[in-house]
Design a binder for this molecule. Structure first.
Ligand code: IPE
Ligand code: IPE
Ligand code: MG
Length: 241
């Protein structure tokens, strides 16, 4: 039996956000360098993206590198960035065979120039596709997202385009990095940690959370189906009765 058969296809979340946590602990358990955990995590991401696309999920946002992750050792950061290069090259190489769209949210200007260039290439290739939208959060922080959004709106006020009274929740939503797609109905965090770690902050006002104990490299398609089933059994009240 697969949890896939239990999923109510009429109530599929349009947007799932995942905090892919536990790569370091996965490597440690195997006495491997942390980089190997990130490598295994990148493979899991590829498998899960395909599964989510097949299932019919429209948006998948994955937390790959936070604004706080710069606190890690130079060795670990450069290892992650090298894996990212490979991952982006893999997308470019396989692009004609895949229908998945990819873009990046977060403050891209702090990333190495060659990575920024690859992201641009990928966003152009993606424009032609119709499958799942994979949004990779890179140098992303929820507070930084809100800060950049406030600056954009403040600039509009300064330019006389809007007055403070014209500012609406919708305008704020639209000015965030995620402005062009819906808020996540479901947020999944792996590795047993139960915190948000500065991921989407404004966008999760009414999201359901599922905390899965598996380390990210061990997370499988079947885990995703199971977590979607958990979500579908929740009673979402949105403040009503
Ligand atoms: C998540 O795994 C990946 C990144 C934050 C880049 P971690 O590297 O945080 O793994 P743990 O939490 O140390 O096990
Ligand atoms: C959150 O995980 C960031 C990513 C998964 C990219 P962390 O491992 O960085 O978060 P903390 O330090 O446990 O809060
Ligand atoms: Mg972690």
């Amino acid at each position: 039996m697969s949890y896939k058969d239990e999923i109510n296809m009429d109530k599929l979340p349009k947007h799932i956000a995942i905090i892919m946590d536990g790569n370091g602990r996965w490597a440690k358990k195997r006495l491997l360098p942390r980089k190997m955990g990130h490598k295994a995590g990148a493979k899991t991401l590829e498998d899960l993206t395909r599964a989510a696309d097949k299932l019919g999920i429209k948006h998948l946002t994955v937390y790959a590198f936070s604004t706080e992750n710069w606190k890690r050792s130079e060795e670990e950061i450069s290892g992650i960035m090298d894996l990212l290069r490979n991952y982006l090259n893999g997308y470019i190489d396989k692009s004609d065979k895949e229908n998945i769209k990819m873009d990046v949210i977060g403050e891209k200007s702090a990333l190495d120039i060659d990575i920024q260039e690859k992201i641009k290439i990928i966003e152009n290739l993606s424009a032609e596709k119709t499958g799942l939208n994979l949004h990779i959060a890179l140098n992303y922080g929820g507070r930084d997202d809100i800060l950049r959004c406030v600056k954009k709106i403040a600039q509009k006020v300064a330019d006389g385009e809007v007055t403070p009274n014209d500012i609406t929740e919708e305008m704020i939503s639209d000015s965030l990095d995620t402005g062009f797609y819906p808020d996540p109905e479901l947020v999944i965090r792996t590795s047993g940690e139960e915190r948000i770690s500065n991921f989407l902050l404004w966008q999760i006002a009414y999201s359901e959370f599922v905390f899965n104990n598996k380390l990210w490299p061990d997370y499988t398609e079947e885990d995703l189906y199971k977590d979607i089933c958990y979500y579908q059994n929740r009673d979402r009240r949105f403040g009503g009765r």
